[in-house]
Design a protein around this ligand. Structure first.
Ligand code: NAP
Length: 528
């Protein structure tokens, strides 16, 4: 049942007078539930509880945290159809997508459970003493990763489950031993509350400390700002637009104690189609890319917003086919009237730029909150000179850049802002002649794809979902996969510390039987 209240630890609270509702974009009406905006007092209380919870949560064993994460997964599944219905009513997304995203969320939680239960993720490193060393004896030094402290998590509108309340950031932070306070996304506050109730049930069932998780409602940016400024918050996870991510990053940097903000933001995901591939696969590529541009109504951070090729008849044929294919796709619903509004505004802004040509835009009537997909094209020189054309148009939109030659293609790629992904479509052996382009692309992206589409992010340990700014605020980390846990920890050393007082991970006997770097060798051996 949705109450509209805030979860301050295990307590439901509604101190505030300000309320808001979510919106059903398909029906074009407000949903019935009323949500209570979190007050300053409630924010303080949530941080206070999280700080207290941290004292014991950081010392939970891997098994205890794994049980907590697996129980969250089970409780989310137990929400059953109620969760799917609320998700759909707050997003306009189809049921299949809701179920798929739930599966991904559950999978993420379970994979972190497995990681912490095995235990080697702490990167235990032991350098034993050499007391006889001259001229200075060598001390015994032992290092492992420890949790940072309470983390504030901001989810994105377009992933109400997998990148929100119990999404990747929350799962990774809890696995690391950090309490989490979620700033609920106002567009899916009901979905957020249901998932929060599952997390709280799991916390109670597995004896986690009160305050290990809180969920704060908010329809504006004030709650998020107060949270990030709060001295008790030690790190921030954010998924959303560049504007918001950058604002939070600057805010965190201007605190008396600056804290890290791991923001995953928008991207236009360049796709380079090399000439031979273009010649041989025009129609096929056009169909594939019409599907990728419109997938999820274009509301993916990995949406292919930029397609680059070398000018010529083949590229013209591709643009024509892409336009034909995309015109045949039925328009679909966007997440919220504000998202449709932003899409239309951004599209209009890009279309008003000199030298940009509109190739096609869906022209028939569409339902309220449905998006009109569009394809545009521009010459390489104009694209290079006008950075407005480099901005993300969040929705079913893409721009084909017609480059003069290989050199201009390379220059454009080198001058692109940082991106989550880059894709190269090529025939066998064609890539050999474009090594400079590949190198340029590698410098600008977090993941490079060969003969595929950027949409669809596999959740696996080898995945990098991140990239140079502004794709993310710290390109050294991924937001997807088990290695994303590294964002929420810091390395910590013990020097000459008595064995019995060391954490189990670093004890001589290796009681957890984890893999450790012992005097330079990866091993599960005991320290003799
Ligand atoms: P958004 O407008 O940036 O909102 C995200 C969150 O940030 C919301 O909770 C929002 O709160 C808050 N916020 C917005 N402006 C803020 C500010 N100035 N200060 C503090 N908080 C602020 O993004 P969205 O529309 O939800 O999501 C779409 C964007 O996310 C797209 O650009 C997409 O590419 C990106 N995205 C990226 C990834 C990735 O992994 N890189 C994944 C999914 C989506 P309010 O709504 O209350 O203002």
């Amino acid at each position: 049942m949705i109450t509209g209240k805030n979860y301050i630890g295990i307590h439901l609270s509604s101190e505030g007078k300000t309320t808001y509702k979510t919106f059903n974009p398909k029906l074009n009406i407000e949903n019935e539930y009323v949500f209570y905006e979190a007050t300053s007092l409630e924010i303080d209380e949530a941080v206070h509880l999280a700080t207290n919870a941290y004292a014991s949560f950081k010392n939970c064993t891997g098994q205890q945290k794994a049980l907590f994460l697996n129980t969250i997964a089970a409780e989310i599944l137990a929400l059953d159809e109620a969760l799917i219905q609320v998700y759909c009513s707050e997003t306009g997304l189809p049921e299949g997508r809701a179920r798929g995203e739930r599966g991904r969320t559950i999978g993420q939680l379970r994979s972190f459970a497995e990681l912490v239960s095995e235990g080697s993720w702490v990167e235990a490193t032991i350098d034993t003493a050499d007391r006889e060393r001259q001229p200075i004896p060598k001390p015994d030094v032992r290092k492992m990763n420890i949790p940072l402290g309470p983390v504030a998590v901001f989810g994105a509108s377009n992933f109400p489950l997998a990148y929100s309340t119990a999404g990747g950031d929350t799962a990774a932070a809890l696995a690391a031993g950090c309490p989490v306070i979620v700033k609920s996304h106002p567009m899916h506050a009901g979905t957020g509350e249901l998932v929060s109730s599952a997390i709280i049930k799991a916390a109670i069932k597995t004896n986690m400390p009160n305050g290990v998780f809180s969920n704060l409602n908010s329809s504006g940016i004030e709650v998020g700002i107060q949270l990030v400024k709060h001295p008790g918050i030690k790190a921030v996870g954010f998924t959303g637009s560049i504007t918001a991510g950058r604002a939070l990053f600057d805010l965190a940097a201007s605190r008396e104690e600056p804290i890290p903000v791991f923001a995953e933001m928008g991207s236009i995901n360049p796709v380079i189609i090399l000439p031979e591939a273009l010649k041989k696969r025009t129609k096929n590529l056009a169909k594939t890319y019409a599907g990728s541009v419109t997938l999820g109504t274009g509301q993916f951070c990995t949406n292919p917003g930029l397609i680059l090729g070398i000018k010529g008849q083949e590229l013209s044929d591709f643009i024509k086919s892409l336009a034909e294919e995309i015109s045949e796709i039925e328009p679909s619903c966007m997440l919220h009237p504000n998202i449709v509004g932003a899409y239309e505004n951004n599209k209009a802004m890009v279309l008003s730029q000199p030298d940009l040509k509109l190739v096609t835009e869906y022209s028939s009537e569409v339902n309220s909150n449905y998006a009109r997909q569009a394809i545009t094209t521009v010459e390489g020189k104009s694209f290079l000179e006008n950075t407005t054309l480099h901005q993300e148009v969040f929705g079913p939109f893409s721009m084909v850049v017609q480059c003069e030659d290989k050199n201009q293609l390379e220059t454009i790629i080198s001058n692109l802002e940082g991106q989550l992904t880059g894709t190269i479509i090529a025939e066998n052996n064609e890539l050999d002649r474009y090594s400079e382009v590949v190198t340029a692309l590698q410098n600008r992206v977090g993941r490079i794809i060969y003969n595929g589409v950027p949409t669809g992010v596999e959740v696996c340990p080898a995945m990098v979902h991140g990239g140079p700014y502004p794709a993310s605020t710290d390109s050294r980390f991924t937001a997807v996969g088990i290695h994303s846990i590294k964002r929420w920890v810091r390395p910590f050393s013990y020097q000459d510390w008595p064995d019995k007082l060391l954490p189990d991970e670093l004890k001589n006997a290796n009681p957890l039987s984890i893999a450790r770097l012992l005097n330079g060798n990866q091993t599960k051996d005991k320290v003799k």
